[in-house]
Ligand binder design. Structure first.
Ligand code: BDR
Ligand code: CA
Length: 310
């Protein structure tokens, strides 16, 4: 099994990403969940992360709290998507475990240092503040990281501004550090995550599991699906963050291209844009595998099957 750290801001789709990892112990060993401010403030994301691991009966997985704001810019949150709690729609248990001691960035450093070289995969599915901070505090960990499989950015249009996707927009300076780090990167942007729609039929199959996890996921995704529905996108909730974890489990579900990606950090109207050199026009060496396709039927089959194990 691949050693994994999920760095997240739950968020309903973050919650499903964590559950997918916990339902797949033969493929991934979840070493820690690290929380960051993003969809909602840190006080909520760290508590939500603990509730989600508790829901799965896995309070042995440590949850660390990290940065309560982006590196440079003020925090922007997304209660208009995720609700006031960040996990609206589900009745989750109170966390069965306390917060693990120490800052999330220090936890990332300690874990990567203590494990064999190039064995730890990190899945950032929120703003990348904790990961960037870890890289700056301890540059020695950078070449030790196996890969960073992230959700963020877009080849095409953004979702919080015309130019930018939420996770990169919230902390573009952190994203810039990560994209320049030299760690092998795999980016799941909106181009692919908008193809991972939890349609009403797929949602019913999750409800049919008849378990506490099935009920919670059904409730969360029913609430969270409303946002895109109201914007006329329809077709169900886009499962952004689970795409990144699914890639770690089964990369052949996805297709993409190696290319250079730069982060816009200067221009206010375009800040947080991922400049994906899809056509190779800059001549800059590839620093990222950019994913744009998914076998969504197989993805949902796997997700439902893994949730059923919890
Ligand atoms: C990303 O932003 C958040 O709202 C989701 O959790 C996801 O990580 C999508 O833009
Ligand atoms: Ca997220």
């Amino acid at each position: 099994a691949q050693s994994l750290i999920i760095d997240c801001d739950p968020g309903q789709d973050d919650a499903v990403a964590i559950l997918l990892a916990l339902g797949s112990p033969q493929d991934v060993e979840l070493l820690a969940v690290t929380a960051v401010a993003g969809n909602v403030p840190l006080t909520r994301t760290q508590e939500n992360a603990r509730s989600v691991v508790s829901l799965a009966g896995r309070q042995d997985v440590p949850v660390y709290a990290g940065s309560d704001r982006p590196l440079v810019r003020p925090l922007v949150t997304a209660e208009y998507v995720h609700g006031k709690t960040g996990l609206d729609g589900a009745d989750l248990p109170s966390p069965a475990q306390p917060l693990a001691g120490g800052h999330a960035s220090q936890a990332i450093i300690d874990i990567v240092r203590s494990r064999p070289e190039r064995s730890v995969t990190i899945c950032p599915v929120g703003p990348m503040t904790n990961v960037a901070l870890a890289m700056r505090l301890a540059p020695d960990i950078v070449p030790r990281i196996r890969q960073i499989v992230l959700m963020g950015g877009a080849i095409g249009l953004g979702n919080i501004t015309p130019a930018a996707e939420f996770n990169i927009y919230v902390d573009p300076h952190a994203a810039d550090i990560v994209f320049r780090s030299g760690v092998p990167l795999v980016m799941h942007g909106l181009d692919v995550t908008h193809k991972a729609r939890c349609t009403p039929e797929r949602l019913e199959r999750i409800a049919d599991l008849g378990t506490a996890v099935g009920r919670a996921v059904y409730g969360m995704l029913t609430f969270y699906g409303k946002y895109d529905q109201h914007r006329g996108a329809g077709g169900g909730a886009p499962l952004h963050d689970p795409c990144a974890v699914a890639y770690v489990i089964q990369p052949d579900l996805f297709g993409g291209r190696d290319c250079h990606v730069a982060i816009e950090v200067a221009s206010e109207p375009s800040i947080g844009r991922t400049l994906v050199d899809w056509g190779g026009v800059t001549g800059q060496a590839a620093n990222c595998k950019v994913i744009d396709t998914i076998d969504d039927d197989r993805f949902f089959e796997m997700l439902t099957e893994r949730l059923a194990r919890l």
